[in-house]
Each structure stands twice: as C-alpha cells, then as structure tokens.
Write a protein that binds this ligand. Structure first.
Ligand SMILES: *[C@@H]1O[C@H](CO)[C@@H](O)[C@H](O)[C@H]1NC(C)=O
Ligand SMILES: *[C@@H]1O[C@H](CO)[C@@H](O)[C@H](O)[C@H]1NC(C)=O
Ligand SMILES: *[C@@H]1O[C@H](CO)[C@@H](O)[C@H](O)[C@H]1NC(C)=O
Length: 445
C-alpha cells in the first residue's frame, strides 16, 4: 500500500464515489463544438454508407476506374468477331468523381443529362388482339444535315434501324440514347408499352413486366416493312427484360441482326426480395409503385374490369401493385408465379441473336444477385459486360457529368453491323420464310 496514491485519487474524485458520475463530469468538460464535430462525422459516415459513395475507394485506386468484366463462351463468335474489337469494352469505366455513388448516378440522370429538343414522328401500331402501341420514330435525317453514317451504309435505304424498348413507365424514354444514336447514323424507333405514351388501351389487356408479345409483333411488322434493313433492338431496365424474354421465347425466329440489354433486372422474384432490403431500395420500390399506379390510373376503367382496382389504389410497392393487377389479370395463383414467369433470366439459354448485356454491379435498382452469369457463359450468342460502378442505366463518365459511358452500346452495334457475323446472320434471315404476314397498321403523324 502506498498511501500518497490513495490520497491523489480521492482528490480527483472529490465527493462523488461513482465512476459513472466521474465519467459524466469528465464528459461535460469536453467543449460542445467537439460534440457537434462528432455528430457531423457520424452523419457523414451514415450518408457515405447510405448512398454507397465510393470516392475514398476511387482515391486509393488512383482514380483509374475498373476494367470491364466480360463473361462469354470460350468459342463465342460474337466475342471473337465483334466484342474483341470494341475498345470501350476492353478499357476501363471510371465514374464521374462527384457522382461516385450509384444512387446519385441513378437519381441525377434525368437532371444532369440534357438532350437537345427534338420530336418524334408517331406511328400507331395495332396488335393482333386490337391493342394499340405507339411507335415513335426519330430518323437519322431528322437530327443531322450532313450525314454521319454507320460504317457500311451507302444509301438512305441502308441506314440500320434500332428499336428502343423503354423501362417501367417511361414514355419514349432514353431520349439521350435515341438522340445520340440518331445523330451517329442510325434510324430509331421507340416501341412504347401499350397504354403508355398517351395512347388509349383499346383491348382488354394491359402491359405488364413480362408482356413481350407486343414487341414480337412490332419486330415482325418492321421486318416486313423494310426487309432489306438490318434491325437491332436495345432495351433499358424493364425494357431489357421484355426484350431478352422475347429473344428467348422466339429463339431462331427473331428477325433481328443483334440486340443489347442495358441494366436488365433479369429476375423479378430476386428483384422483389432485394426491394425490401435497404432504406434506399424501399424508397425506389415506393417511387416505382407510385409510377405504376399513376400509369394505371390513366386506364382505370380497364384495370378495374380486369383486376382489383381497390387493391391497386392501396398498393405501396411494385409487388403489391403486381399482386392486384398482373397476377389477377394473368390468372396467376400467386404474385411470385407472375414474377417467375415474367423474368427474362429463365430464357437466356434460348437467345439466338447476338446480344450484349450490360449491368453495373452496384445498380441500386436491379441487383447483381439476379444476373444469370452461368446461362450467359453457356450461350455463344451472348456477351455479358459488367462494371463495378455505374448505377441504373446511368454510367456517368468524365469530369463534367455530361457524358454517359452507355456509348459502349453504340460501339458494339456499329462493330456488329460491320462485322462478318452480321452478314451471315442476314443471309440466314433472308432464307427464312416462316415469318407471318405483317399486322394491320395505320400511320398518324
Ligand atoms: C469505320 O471504318 C473506318 C475505316 O474505314 C475505321 O477506321 C473505323 O474504326 C470504323 N468505325 C467503326 C465504328 O467501325
Ligand atoms: C426457344 O426457341 C424456339 C424457337 O427457336 C421456340 O420454339 C421455343 O419455344 C423456345 N423455348 C422457350 C422455352 O421459349
Ligand atoms: C395478394 O392479393 C390477395 C387478395 O387478392 C391477398 O390475399 C394477398 O395477401 C396479397 N398478397 C400480397 C403479397 O400482397
């Protein structure tokens, strides 16, 4: 025992004997500004994690971006003859530093990207069941004076056509992709979903996440209308799901020269589970559920007749919306049966046209858990390109936040168009006689 030490302790403790009181007194001695600093720091860490910001990781990676990961069959002609020649796919993708968050990329896409004003020419297409689909045309000649041409096009008739299939509830969406591609020498036609784009529902059927037969009819119609024109298709988000589902269902009978899928959800069941997980995912789920309700409201009378309108009005998520609309109208016993049926992942192995699939691993809307890696690797017609970052259909690049790396899709289509593969595929199609007669249609402008 050393008595002097005991005395020292007593003098520090004063009259309080509890260590907690002691601690409290010590804490009161810390200036309030230090607490505010701590709160601020905790807040920054919270936001950093919530928005999945990766600027620190980018910094330690020397701001060099990540190389694109390509998944394909080892004896894939599509890889050997086309994708191996695409420089962007063999480079690195580095996201805009001040947008180094998949959420910022996804949310700010429509805010930051301004496309020059242009207008589509509308054509109304009538499907075999009496439904109405709005086709919005943007010709290469509408956006340029002196013609920029895709390699291999010599005359106007040679200009290749790209069908764009928009996402969940977008009307004539992806104006950025449409405009850029038209400018670079392609003719564009946006195949809107039935009931969207300001057209009425003219038959007892509304569009759902798995409704691929409208696209099938439009493709056939366009093919018969211009049999000498190579036709490509590009789907974004849910539009990619519908496109790949169509490609898988029709297999060899698809008269397309090639296709690209951008930010495909792939598996709507896995996607639905993902939507219930994080704060941000629940937020997206709510927003998209509301968008779906808004789109349904335009055709309330038809929805009410074919499904459960009261349920739809109460729906607070995509799952609930589908449960009261698509499940009932499609006579599925459970909403997840609908989700399984509508998923393009189950049809990947049957895709027979050259298909590039682009997904960002950090896509906050369409989870990477749903990507069908194995099926893509098994199918010689598919190359799957994944990037570490890029968000949902965004892929911002450069410092200004004005450029989208999605131009990779155009590079792929141009290369495909000028490749040998393309001419082989075309010869094959010309030999095809099994395609049905085109559908009745009328033109408006
Ligand atoms: C178009 O052809 C030129 C040479 O004729 C070539 O340098 C260029 O890379 C080609 N562009 C594409 C997109 O294939
Ligand atoms: C696969 O494609 C063929 C046509 O090539 C088609 O008859 C078949 O139904 C497709 N399979 C599935 C599962 O849809
Ligand atoms: C789907 O709707 C039925 C009634 O039509 C209801 O009993 C069921 O709980 C709903 N399921 C979900 C997941 O909302």
């Amino acid at each position: 025992m050393i008595p002097t030490d005991d005395r020292k302790m007593e003098s520090i403790a004063g009259d309080s004997t509890s260590p907690y009181k002691l601690l409290f007194r010590a804490l009161t001695l810390i200036p309030i500004s230090h607490y505010l600093l701590l709160v601020f720091f905790v807040f920054v860490v919270f936001v950093y994690n919530l928005l999945e910001i990766h600027i620190v990781q980018d910094f330690f990676g020397g701001f060099g971006g990540d190389s694109v990961s390509l998944t394909f069959h080892s004896s894939s002609d599509l890889y050997r003859e086309v994708v191996s020649k695409c420089h962007l796919l063999h480079g690195r993708y580095f996201s805009t530093p001040w947008l180094s968050s998949p959420h910022l990329q996804t949310i700010l896409l429509n805010v930051l990207i301004k496309t020059p004003k242009f207008s589509y020419k509308r054509e109304i297409f009538r499907t075999s069941d009496g439904g109405t689909v709005a086709l919005d045309w943007l010709m290469n000649s509408d956006v340029i004076e002196t013609s920029a041409q895709v390699n291999g096009t010599n005359t106007v008739a040679d200009i290749p056509l790209v069908i764009l299939i928009p996402g969940l509830t977008s009307d004539s969406a992806s104006p950025e992709i449409a405009y850029k591609m038209a400018k670079h020498g392609w003719n564009i036609v946006v195949c809107n979903h039935r009931g969207l784009g300001g057209v009425p529902l003219t038959s007892d059927c509304f569009y759902t996440a798995g409704k691929s037969d409208d696209l099938g009819e439009v493709v056939k119609y366009l093919y018969h209308k211009q049999p000498d024109t190579p036709i490509y298709a590009v789907g974004t988000s849910l539009g990619a799901n519908i496109l790949v589902k169509y490609l898988g269902e029709e297999g060899d009978n698809v008269p397309l020269a090639g296709a690209a899928s951008i930010s495909n959800p792939w598996d709507l069941l896995i996607g639905d589970r993902f939507f219930t997980r994080g704060i941000m995912q629940r937020f997206y789920n709510r927003v998209m559920g509301n968008n779906l309700k808004g789109a349904a409201k335009l055709h309330q009378e038809v929805y009410a007749r074919l499904s459960d309108w009261e349920g739809i009005e109460k729906a607070r998520s995509i799952r609930e919306f589908n449960n009261y609309s698509a499940r009932i109208a499609g006579k599925f016993d459970a909403v997840d049966s609908f989700h399984r049926w509508a998923s393009s992942a189950r049809l990947v192995s049957n895709v027979s046209v050259p298909l590039l699939c682009l997904n960002a691993i950090d896509d906050p809307v369409c989870t990477d858990e749903a990507i069908p890696w194995d099926e893509c690797r098994k199918n010689k017609n598919i190359v799957l390109a994944t990037t570490q970052h890029g968000g949902h259909i965004a892929f911002f690049e450069g410092m200004s936040g004005k450029s989208l790396w999605i131009r990779v899709v155009e590079e792929y289509l141009s290369t495909l168009h000028s490749s040998m593969l393309m001419s082989k595929k075309q010869a094959q199609q010309f030999a095809e006689t099994s395609l049905e007669t085109p559908q009745f249609h009328e033109s408006l402008s």
